[in-house]
Design a protein around this ligand. Structure first.
Ligand SMILES: C[S@@+](CC[C@H](N)C(=O)[O-])C[C@H]1O[C@@H](n2cnc3c(N)ncnc32)[C@H](O)[C@@H]1O
Length: 245
């Protein structure tokens, strides 16, 4: 996969894009990340990238020209790839696991990180998606782009050491992940559930499925409305409900 990021603060990406899973994906040539500063594409002699809004209003807006020319350069360098161009914007569609899965199927992602008061509206005509990290306002799109890149890249084939871990993560299954334990079996009087230590894989699997349902029921009941449950899962859910009342 190729990822391009357009930002005014390329140095913000240095740490997060070079470490851990993403760093390893780059090392293994599973991923190529290019960070460009769209200030370098400004045709203004002072290299300005923002200007006052027509009609007045608070703050400065990002101009369309530097971003347009930066995107054109990416097209020149990689004419062969199909691109998904993602504008980071609090008014965009809210990012979630399903979107990360969709992005992970793409050949080439381009993230545009905004700043200041926002964008000249014509920038929106250059993109395929407008995506928000959540219902709050950040100073710039950089942190949002890093979150989206991280959530996407860990889903690429061969990036995670254990292929199963991404499939069983919270949100991938439509439910939250079940509780997990590691050694020791007892710590300060807190014990690992016995079922996990007896080696009976059928019972362990059932326990994990039921506890995943319990956790979702207790913490994110809204998620249960969106997932199709099997007859057995519905039975467990009824048991969980009855244990509560
Ligand atoms: C200070 S914000 C501009 C907010 C804009 N005036 C508004 O009300 O929508 C500057 C930039 O940060 C990024 N940003 C802020 N909040 C974001 C969010 N929740 N999701 C994605 N990007 C965000 C966007 O790129 C945005 O253009």
């Amino acid at each position: 996969m190729k990822i391009d990021v357009l930002t005014l603060f390329p140095r913000m990406f240095e740490g997060p894009m070079g470490e851990s899973i993403i760093g390893k994906a780059v090392e293994k040539n599973l991923l190529e990340i290019n960070i460009s500063n769209f200030r370098d594409y400004s045709d203004n002699k002072h290299q300005s990238v923002d200007d006052y809004p027509y009609g007045g209003g608070a703050g400065m807006l990002l101009k369309v020209q530097p971003i347009y020319d930066n995107l054109r350069r990416i097209e020149e360098v990689s004419p062969e790839t199909e691109k998904r161009v993602i504008l980071l914007d609090p008014a965009g569609k809210r990012f979630n696991q399903k979107m990360a899965e969709e992005f992970s199927e793409e050949e080439h992602l381009v993230f545009i990180c905004g700043h200041y008061e926002g964008y000249d509206e014509r920038i929106r005509s250059l993109v395929t998606d407008e995506v928000s990290l959540g219902d709050y306002v950040l100073t710039g799109g950089e942190l949002g782009a890093m979150v989206m890149i991280d959530a996407t890249v860990r889903l690429l084939p061969d990036v995670l050491g254990n292929k199963l871990s991404a499939q069983t993560d919270s949100h991938s299954t439509g439910l939250l992940e079940h509780p997990q334990y590691t050694r020791p079996a007892e710590f300060n009087g807190m014990n690992v559930p016995e079922v996990l230590t007896n080696g009976n894989h059928k019972l362990i699997d059932e326990w994990q499925q039921k506890e995943s349902l319990r956790r979702t029921f207790e913490r994110r009941p809204d998620m249960l409305k969106k997932v199709e449950l099997t007859g057995q899962q519905l039975k467990w859910l009824e048991e969980i409900y009855n244990e509560k009342v």
